[in-house]
Design a protein around this ligand. Structure first.
Ligand code: MRU
Length: 356
């Protein structure tokens, strides 16, 4: 998608380095950062220069290729894979991508390792782009149906950033929106700010602006009243891990939006590529929920009068804060899952029919 009119993907390999858009600087500064080593990659995932489940997976894949480039000793590659998997615990795409890379590299002669690793990382990214495009084509039908009934702007609420910046391109939750906009369907997006890191305000609103899609940032607690007053036609969110029973783990606050949507008969859809499905964990209580540094709550970043990014304390400095990054929405509150293979109910049978 576009930034200042120029097409980008979120990650690419050029001149022996991996290039990423540093998302900690957006929307105020557009910085392309180079990752040269496995440690650069692990750090980029941890500090969220790259984020969003599919992009974390793509970055981890390229990270392993960088590890091979540094030292193609099998023990070093194994250790790098383990450290990558630990770098963020909730998004299943990370482990999925690392496992796929290791499987591909096992038994390969050392002189071929690097080219095979680079090809597979690119393949993972290309595939994600295609899957996200298909999610858009499938999800477009739901938006079109609402528009055909309403004959007026379709109001969509989304949480966090499940946009192209969270994937390789297109996004998951935003892909149906981009497809609807390209087709000339009038859409408006309610963008949850998404405290504490404000991925909605900083990233989703930014990318929708760049594509000239009408959007309004709202505080995270605003969705409920908007739904009660008929101002939301549909919610579409992304996910970091969806269990095979249809339970959806996503950015903290998603669950409360799903409850409000359920109470107000607003359809609540989750968009995801198959790489986000966890076929192993059976009980949502076993999903590792990332707890991040409480500084992300107690401090806030913005730009000062000299256009410099500045961080300030907003809490009493003696107060404790807890920063859980994800929650789980039970399948019963999910109207449907929009995947690359089609739309299904959030259930084991629904997912199995599409994927197994
Ligand atoms: O902590 P983040 O910013 O990595 O969380 C991202 C989300 O919660 C997204 O909704 C999810 O990864 C889906 S991305 C298409």
């Amino acid at each position: 998608m576009r930034i200042e009119g120029k097409e980008y993907r979120t990650i690419w390999f050029e001149n022996n380095v991996v290039k990423i858009i540093d998302q900690t600087k957006l929307p105020h500064q557009f910085v392309i950062k180079e990752l040269k080593t496995i440690n650069d990659t692990i750090n980029a995932i941890k500090v969220m220069e790259v984020r969003g489940a599919p992009l974390i997976g793509g970055t981890a894949a390229y990270g392993l290729a960088l590890a091979v480039q540094e030292n193609n000793d099998p023990e070093f590659i194994k250790k790098s894979a383990k450290e990558l998997i630990k770098s963020r615990p909730t998004a299943i795409n990370l482990k999925w991508a690392v496992d796929r890379m290791i499987k591909k590299l096992t038994g390969i002669n050392s002189d071929q390792l690097l080219s095979i690793a680079l090809n597979e990382a690119k393949e993972i990214c290309d595939e994600d782009e295609k899957f996200c495009e298909n999610i858009g084509i499938n999800g477009l039908k739901i938006i079109e149906e609402i528009y055909n009934k309403k004959k007026d702007t379709v109001n969509i609420l989304t949480h966090c950033n499940a946009g192209w910046l969270a994937t390789i391109n297109w996004g998951t939750a935003t892909s149906p929106i981009y497809h609807a906009h390209k087709k000339g369907i009038p859409v408006h997006v309610w963008v949850d700010e998404t405290r504490p890191r404000n991925q909605g305000a900083n990233l989703t609103s930014f990318e929708l602006n760049e594509e000239e899609i009408s959007n309004t940032i709202i505080a995270d607690n605003t969705g409920g009243i908007l739904m009660q007053r008929g101002k939301v036609d549909i919610c579409i969110v992304g996910t970091d891990r969806t269990l095979s029973n249809g339970d959806v783990c996503n950015k903290i606050g998603t669950y409360l939006k799903a409850l409000a949507a359920n109470d107000n008969n607003v359809p609540f859809y989750v968009a995801l590529p198959s790489s986000t499905i966890d076929w192993d964990i059976k009980d949502a209580k076993d999903i590792p929920i990332e707890e991040r540094n409480s500084e992300e709550l107690s401090h806030i970043e913005g730009i000062d009068e000299n256009n410099q990014i500045k961080k300030v304390l907003i809490y009493p400095n003696k107060s404790k804060a807890m920063n859980l990054a994800f929650d789980v929405t039970p399948a019963k509150y999910v109207t449907g899952l929009i995947t690359e293979k089609g739309i299904t109910e959030a259930s084991f049978d629904g997912l199995k029919k599409l994927f197994k």
